[in-house]
Ligand binder design. Structure first.
Ligand SMILES: Cc1cc2nc3c(=O)[nH]c(=O)nc-3n(C[C@H](O)[C@H](O)[C@H](O)COP(=O)(O)OP(=O)(O)OC[C@H]3O[C@@H](n4cnc5c(N)ncnc54)[C@H](O)[C@@H]3O)c2cc1C
Length: 389
C-alpha cells in the first residue's frame, strides 16, 4: 500500500488519465485530474474494447456499467468493396472463455470512468489547460492562467500533443502516412449486425460497427492521399466528399453513406513511441507515450493497460523512481510492438492491383475456411495479455 496518501496530479481526463486516476485512488492515493476542456461532454465516436482492455474495466469494477451502454461484438467480417461479398469471417464467439469484445461510444466510457473516479474521491477540475510540467523532487504543473500546482507525482495523460512528452523526449518527428480517415455516426435503422465490417477496395476501406445497444453505427473510412490533412479529432468535412471517395463501393456502403449528415476528417500520422516514459516525479501514459494508427483498434486498450500497470507498480514499491522504471519496462516494448503491428496493417485492406487483390482475397477466404481458429490466434498476444493478473 505504498500509494496511501500520495498526492498525484493527472493531466488529461481521457480514457487513460481517468483509468489511472481511478486505479490510483482505489489504492489510497489523493488524486486530482486537470482537464483543459470546459466539460466532459459528448465528443468522439466509437471505440473497440478488446479483451485486454476489458479486463482493466472489470478490475476497476466498471464492466456492468459499460456493458449496459455498449454493444457486444459477434464477429469481424472482411468484405470486397464491389458488391460487399464476404471474404473472411472471424467469429469472436470463438475467443477463449472469458474474453469479451465490446463496441463502446468514447463519450460513454469517459463519462462512466469520470463518474466512478469522482465517486471514489478523485477531484476532477475542468477548464485547466496545462502549459508546462516541470519534473523534479517536487514536480510542478503550470496552467495557462499562470497558476502553479505541485504534487508527489505528475502523470501526463494529455494525449497526442502531450506537454510532458516534449519535456522528457524533445520534439518528436511525425510522418504523414499518406492516408486520411473520416469518422461519422449514423442511426442504425437498417439493422447493421453486431459485427465489425471492413469493406476493402483499392486505395481505401470502410469500417462500420454498431454502438449503444445497436441504435447507432460508427463509420471510419480511410483513403490514401498525397495531400496532407491536419491530425486531430475536431476537423469537419463535407459528407459529399466521403460519398464521392466511396462511390465505387457497393453492398451496404451506399445505404450507410446516404445517412451521413456530419463527418470529421483527420490525417493519419506515424509517431515514434516515446523513448523516456518517466522523469523525476513524472510519468507518461496512453497516447502521450504511444500514439497509434487505428488499424488494430488498440489506442484506448493500451491506455487502459497503462493506467492499471502504473498504479500497480507505484503501489508495489515505496521507491517511486524504481516503480516508474518498472512501469516503463513492463509497457514500452509491448506498446511499441502493437503500434508497429497497427502501422503494418495500414496497407493490407487497400490493394490497388485487381489481380493481387483477387489473389489476396482468395487466400484469406481459404484460410478462413481451413483454419479460422488459427487466424484468431494471431491476436492472442494482444487479447490474451492480462495486466490485472
Ligand atoms: C476529443 C477526442 C475524441 C476522440 N475520438 C475517438 C474516436 O472516436 N475513436 C477512437 O478510436 N479514438 C478516439 N480518440 C482517441 C482515443 O480516445 C485515444 O486514442 C485513446 O483512448 C487513448 O486515450 P488517452 O487518454 O491517452 O488520450 P486522449 O483520449 O487523447 O485524452 C487526452 C485528454 O487530455 C486532455 N488534454 C490534452 N492536453 C491537455 C493540456 N495541455 N492540459 C489539460 N488537458 C489536456 C484532452 O482534452 C483529453 O481529454 C479521441 C480523442 C479525443 C481527445
Amino acid at each position: 500500500m505504498a500509494l496511501a496518501g500520495r498526492q498525484i496530479i493527472v493531466v488529461g481526463a481521457g480514457i487513460g488519465g481517468l483509468a489511472a486516476a481511478l486505479a490510483l485512488r482505489q489504492r489510497g492515493a489523493e488524486v486530482t485530474v486537470l482537464e483543459q476542456a470546459e466539460a466532459i461532454r459528448e465528443v468522439g465516436a466509437g471505440l473497440q474494447i478488446s479483451p485486454n482492455g476489458l479486463r482493466v474495466i472489470e478490475a476497476l469494477g466498471q464492466s456492468a456499467a459499460l456493458s449496459a451502454r455498449a454493444s457486444k461484438a459477434r464477429a469481424v467480417v472482411l468484405r470486397d468493396h464491389r458488391a460487399g461479398r464476404e471474404v473472411l469471417r472471424l467469429d469472436l464467439g470463438k475467443l477463449p472463455e472469458g474474453q469479451g469484445y465490446l463496441f463502446a461510444h468514447r463519450a460513454d466510457l469517459v463519462e462512466l470512468l469520470a463518474d466512478a473516479a469522482r465517486a471514489a474521491g478523485v477531484q476532477i477540475r475542468l477548464n485547466q489547460k496545462v502549459t508546462q510540467i516541470t519534473p523534479g523532487m517536487v514536480p510542478e504543473v503550470t496552467l495557462a492562467t499562470g497558476d502553479r500546482r505541485s504534487a508527489d507525482l505528475v502523470i501526463g495523460a494529455d494525449g497526442l500533443h502531450s506537454v510532458l512528452r516534449g519535456e522528457l523526449n524533445g520534439a518528436a518527428p511525425e510522418k504523414f502516412t499518406g492516408q486520411v480517415a473520416w469518422r461519422a455516426l449514423i442511426p442504425n435503422d437498417f439493422g447493421h449486425p453486431p459485427e465489425v465490417t471492413v469493406h476493402m477496395g483499392p486505395g481505401r476501406h470502410l469500417v462500420s460497427y454498431p454502438l449503444r445497444n445497436g441504435t447507432l453505427v460508427n463509420i471510419v473510412a480511410a483513403e490514401e492521399r498525397k495531400g496532407w490533412t491536419p491530425e486531430g479529432w475536431a476537423h469537419e468535412d463535407d459528407p459529399a466528399n466521403l460519398r464521392a471517395a466511396f462511390s465505387g463501393f457497393g453492398g451496404s456502403v451506399p445505404q450507410m453513406l446516404s445517412r451521413v449528415d456530419k463527418v470529421g476528417l483527420w490525417g493519419l500520422f506515424r509517431h515514434p513511441v516515446a523513448r523516456r516514459w518517466f522523469g523525476e516525479g513524472c510519468a507518461l501514459l496512453g497516447d502521450a507515450a504511444h500514439p497509434t494508427l487505428p488499424f488494430l483498434a488498440q489506442g484506448a486498450n493500451m491506455a487502459l493497460e497503462d493506467g492499471w500497470t502504473l498504479a500497480r507498480c507505484l503501489d508495489a514499491s515505496a521507491d517511486q523512481p524504481q516503480a516508474l522504471a518498472r512501469y516503463q519496462q513492463l509497457r514500452r516494448d509491448r506498446c511499441a510492438r502493437i503500434v508497429a503491428a497497427a502501422t503494418g496493417n495500414a496497407w493490407k485492406y487497400h490493394l490497388s492491383n485487381p489481380l493481387i487483390r483477387r489473389a489476396a482475397h482468395l487466400g484469406l477466404a481459404a484460410a478462413g475456411r481451413i483454419a479460422p481458429d488459427r487466424i484468431l490466434r494471431q491476436f492472442d498476444w494482444i487479447y490474451g495479455h492480462d495486466v490485472t493478473a
